[in-house]
Design a protein around this ligand. Structure first.
Ligand code: FAD
Length: 513
């Protein structure tokens, strides 16, 4: 029996491999099951490059029915085995792996003859395996587009909807999961169910943000809006975090004037990174970086803050975009003169991280470990977090990567869905994403140590943070994550995946192997 080796921060752990029942190859879809090393190796790791675990096999489904037949087989076998859908494998902690089981290679679903992206007037029906960039291209042909985007578009619909799907438009429209009208889901018993807010709603709400625990999303109906043609893309520098957060909150609040931005995010730039990091970026020229480094060197703190905002426009509104922008900028308190503006096509704006990916790839800095930590922090504690973490704990190394910090409106999150927002009863919360890469083994150790220290800091200071794209090592961690909703989550798991077959890489429920 093959053994599976998991590599977590340099420590080797051996997990028993279960082996699959022999009669699996008598299934009608046997020709779509691969057990060769090339296939299993491809499904053994993820973007994080921290955890490795080989599956016994990989299923390449041609249709959702193939997935259903396969899951039914596992669920009815005397020894059910784990099954994990894998989109692009862009998780960072092995969430799409299936140690001792079978990975379902979702992208194969989209390689058939029929298009699995169908655009209507108000919505697009998309296969769960489709990439957001392909949805963008298809919808733009009709002058339409989804309303909320993740920063990176080369990830799948099923992968982001299993988490939440957040970005700079979420303050207005909620996360991507709040913009879905209907799903097709294959449950952990192999049933194919169409669900919505009205029909089989418990499965609909469970699957959205459901970390792959309740079923495989094979189709999502996603709301659309008229697409703009162009984007005025602006970055504003702040040396004072209180001004930075005050302005961000103003821009996402109902108090903001009619002339609002369509996208609001923000980044923290550690002074050290500005001084010693890249000389230019796809957005900032060398001269811009020098100015920002100068600003940072005058500031007494360890960081400066860059608000990133965008205003959409098209042919009819082009004449007033400058006026509108001017009017909003007058209300804000960035450092005078530190306004950086670009004017780009809508696609170029949405697909901006691809350009950064190319830069990192060519520098050999893309395929490296990514010990990312994403947190949701209650609004009332963001300045404490900034003092203790950004200005306090970080800075043991000078890593490649970014730190995002931006607020969202709590009311846009539907707490019937599985995704967790902070429950502190506040109208806004922040996402703080420590998206740092480890260039060598010592970096990884330092960054992992800093991540642990950040979580302990929040715990000690009573900051009720929630992990986004969560990773918990124990059932207690998950119970704490879901809080009072834990028993409901366990109930839904027992209903839709009674053998705990699905997405074992999340390590929420004990898997059959
Ligand atoms: P995978 O990693 O393949 O899968 C993730 C989980 O979902 C696994 O548990 C898997 O079993 C399950 N799953 C996959 N497909 C399905 C399906 N069809 N049905 C049910 N379960 C399924 N996220 C944001 O919200 N906002 C961002 O701005 C953002 N930016 C990112 C930038 C980069 C460069 C990267 C690498 C990631 C970013 N993410 C962001 C995180 C991303 O949304 C998640 O990692 C997402 O899971 C990736 O999708 P995937 O297709 O690679 O999923």
């Amino acid at each position: 029996m093959a053994s599976i080796v998991s590599v977590v921060t340099g420590q080797l752990r051996h997990m028993p491999a279960g082996g699959l029942p022999h009669d699996i190859f008598a299934l009608g879809i046997a020709s779509k099951i691969r057990i060769d090393r090339n296939s299993t190796a491809m499904a053994s790791s993820d973007f994080g490059r921290i955890v490795e675990a080989a599956p016994e096999a990989v299923l390449h489904p041609a249709t959702p029915s193939d997935i259903a037949a396969f899951i039914r087989f596992s669920a009815s076998s005397p020894a059910p085995f784990p099954v994990s859908p894998r989109g692009q494998g862009h998780s960072v902690r092995g969430q799409s792996l299936a140690p001792g089981g079978v990975v379902v290679d979702m992208p194969t679903l989209g390689r058939g003859h029929h298009s699995r992206i169908n655009v209507s007037a108000d919505y697009v029906d998309s296969g769960g395996e489709q990439l957001w960039i392909d949805i963008l291209r298809a919808t733009l042909e009709q002058g339409l587009a989804p309303r909320v985007w993740t920063d990176y578009l080369h990830i799948t619909v099923g992968g982001t909807l299993s988490n939440a799907g957040i970005g700079g438009q979420a303050f207005r429209h909620g996360p991507q999961i709040a913009n879905v009208e209907e799903l097709d889901v294959v449950t952990g018993t192999g049933d194919m169910v169409t669900c919505s807010r009205e029909k089989s709603s418990d499965l609909f709400f469970a699957a959205l943000g459901g970390l792959g625990q309740f079923g495989v999303i094979t189709r999502a109906r996603i709301m659309l809006e008229q697409a703009p043609k162009r984007v005025r893309w602006v970055r504003l520098a702040y040396s004072d975090v209180a001004m930075f957060t005050r302005d961000q909150e103003l821009l996402i609040s109902k108090r903001a004037s009619e002339a609002r931005f369509d996208y609001v995010e923000g980044q923290v730039q550690l002074n050290m990174t500005l001084a010693e990091g890249p000389k230019s970026t796809p957005f900032f020229s060398e001269a811009d970086i020098n100015r920002l480094a100068g600003l940072a060197s005058q500031s007494s703190s360890a960081a400066i803050y860059i608000m990133e905002v965008a205003m959409y426009y098209n042919d009819t509104t082009a004449s007033y975009v400058d006026k509108k922008l001017e009017k909003i900028l007058e209300q804000l308190s960035f450092v005078p003169g530190f306004v950086f503006t670009k004017d780009v096509r809508y696609v170029q704006f949405l697909d901006r991280v691809r350009e950064e990916e190319e830069v990192l790839r060519s520098a050999g800095l893309w395929d490296v470990p990514h010990p990312w930590l994403n947190l949701f922090i209650p609004r009332s504690r963001i300045l404490d977090f900034d003092t203790g973490v950004i200005k306090g704990l970080l800075g043991g190394t000078n890593p490649v990567g970014v730190i995002l910090m931006y607020p969202m409106n709590t009311a846009k999150w539907d707490d019937r869905m599985t995704a967790m927002a902070p429950l502190a009863g506040e109208d806004m919360f922040y996402t703080v994403a420590l998206l740092r890469s480890a260039v060598d083994a010592s970096d990884l150790e330092i960054l992992e140590g800093e991540n642990e220290a950040v979580l302990s800091f929040c715990d000690k200071e009573g900051i009720e943070c929630k992990q986004y794209l969560p990773h918990h090592k124990s059932e207690d961690g998950w119970k704490q994550h879901f809080g009072t909703r834990w028993s409901r989550i366990a109930e839904l798991k027992a209903k839709f995946d009674p053998h705990a077959i699905l997405s074992p890489g999340q390590r929420i429920f004990p898997s059959p192997h």
